[in-house]
Write a protein that binds this ligand. Sequence first.
Ligand code: AMP
Ligand code: ZN
Length: 111
Amino acid sequence: MDCIFCKIARGELGTLIYEDETVAAFNDANPQAPVHVLIVPKIHVANITELADKNLAAHIFTEVVPKIAQKTGVDKNGFRLVVNTGDEGGQTVNHLHVHLIGGRKMTWPPG
Ligand code: AMP
Ligand code: ZN
């Protein structure tokens, strides 16, 4: 399948800042803050509604997110996680990704 995030997750394109057996993470090409990392499952999952693997979901949120927050230094002052889903959710790449954004004060509501 010709999915750009599958290619990045396989290490065929770009640079990974984190990798384990099931998950990869890399810097967003168009960062919206000083820290803007995308966390993706290595298997192709189109979006959060397709993520059936509870262990993988738990792994991302309880292990990978804290590790990357610490590694990028945003764990102390806080950060934002975003999972855009579908057209109205603003999803532009159809491979599930969790945005980890930080290093500046966030505003609310989002655009
Ligand atoms: P979303 O709009 O939630 O689907 O987010 C897609 C994100 O992927 C955007 O923030 C893009 O800047 C980012 N992006 C698209 N292509 C690449 C790429 N090749 N490498 C890194 N980030 C990318
Ligand atoms: Zn994919």
